[in-house]
Design a protein around this ligand. Sequence first.
Ligand SMILES: Nc1c(NC[C@H](O)[C@H](O)[C@H](O)CO)[nH]c(=O)[nH]c1=O
Ligand SMILES: CC(=O)[C@@H](O)COP(=O)(O)O
Length: 165
Amino acid sequence: MATQLKNLSDFSNTTVPSGAGFKFGIVVAEWNAGITNALYQGAYQSLLTHGVAEDDIFTYAVPGSFELTSGADLLLKNIPKLDGVITLGCVIQGETRHFDFICDAVANGVSNVAIKYSKPVIFGVLTTDNQQQAEDRAGGKHGNKGDEAAITAIKMADLAKQLNF
Ligand SMILES: Nc1c(NC[C@H](O)[C@H](O)[C@H](O)CO)[nH]c(=O)[nH]c1=O
Ligand SMILES: CC(=O)[C@@H](O)COP(=O)(O)O
């Protein structure tokens, strides 16, 4: 399998621009809080590591991943001069098709918010079959999706900065 034994958060072969001067919102789902808190720590520390100032990071919680879309919209609408929003969540398959509807809704939703505001809205949502897969991607053997989301946010904000001459 493509991810077998791989650290999906290894950015050693890529250049990460400086995040200094960028302002980011982070929206974190409270569902599966043990996982989403780990995703948040990864994202927050990655932003700091790459130069984003603590005062330029605006963090808010929403109940579940389904609410990440409206959370991202509210941040971009109400916080001036955000360079992007990172959404963090963890959806784990249950007994019903509810998983499918949430995953589809939030993936499409955050994409629509990004287009609406012409700002990067990063999909940092784990969509897993089980708890172990989630733990493996929230600081486990497959890395931390929060780290990936933060670096993606910086890269996209830098791209926008380059093009917004
Ligand atoms: N089952 C999971 C949920 N469910 C809750 C929804 O996200 C939403 O809050 C509810 O449907 C009300 O609108 N959320 C997750 O983030 N992860 C899950 O595994
Ligand atoms: C992804 C979900 O909403 C899920 O955890 C809910 O579980 P179920 O499908 O068994 O109701």
